[in-house]
Write a protein that binds this ligand. Sequence first.
Ligand code: RIB
Ligand code: CA
Length: 313
Amino acid sequence: MSHKIILDTDPGIDDAMAIFFAFQHPDIDVLGLTTVYGNVPVEMAAKNAITLCDLAGKNIPVCKGVGMPWVGPESSYAHFVHGDDGFGNINFPAAKGELDPRSSAQFIVDMARKYPGEITIVAIGPLGNLALALRLEPELPKLVKAVSIMGGAAFVRGNVTPVAEANIWNDAHAAEIVFGASWELNMFGLDVTNACPFSPEFLTQLKENNQKLGGFVHDAAQFYVKFYSQNRDEDVCFFHDAMPIAHLIDPSLFELQTGHGRVSTDPLNRGQTSIALPNTTASPDWLNAELVNVATKVDNERLTKLYLDTYKL
Ligand code: RIB
Ligand code: CA
């Protein structure tokens, strides 16, 4: 079964691995890349997205989106994780492609109107483009098939603060708007992405399976592995962003639980994603919140095989 998706992204090294994974799998039809700030400023995210499409030989729209959070000052970005260039400082030559003239939010709305009920928006960065798209088109939840995000931490600690994961923390007010919309929302947070570490041998295998795209990920991820391996006994990294795409291809890889989801926007708990599972509260504040399908378990072995097999195609 083929899935039409829009990938909303802040590339970013794990974004790059996810984008190439989506491009290569026959069940995924990527209609376009919509970029957002997060790992890097939005201008760099857009330029990097064009480079990834060029390297993969994909001629699809690339749009530039929001560069600031819904509320508050400019982000400090995550160059300490993804490098000054967003690709692990490998100084890969930037491609010369043109951006689509539409903003990311406008592209999302246009595609949803063109393919009503068919598109899954896969958001693997902060959620400002989706929040803005909801403001442009209040009927958007009726026009999209589903929203699947890499973001949040439901029952585990965060990676930016003790309670918040980076994509949600970066734009908590936008996330609150997205979690408050009446669409199917599937959340692949640190509950599953931090439970699936990848070794340097995995990177070597990706490169062997696909010199061009796997080789790019291998090279760019050397910086990323150094960041993730601090204070660990062995070298490791986490490919957070590919999981929502893997779920579309094979839902049996994951176990999801459904609960009422809330996003904190207060200064101390900014970006916390709290999920009230069934029969755990009588509070209307929670029972009136929209439902979220939260991934709580993943089959690491089968997921890893899917990634490696797809890069070999
Ligand atoms: O917390 C991990 C998420 O933040 C990933 O999407 C990574 O690319 C960064 O955007
Ligand atoms: Ca990302």
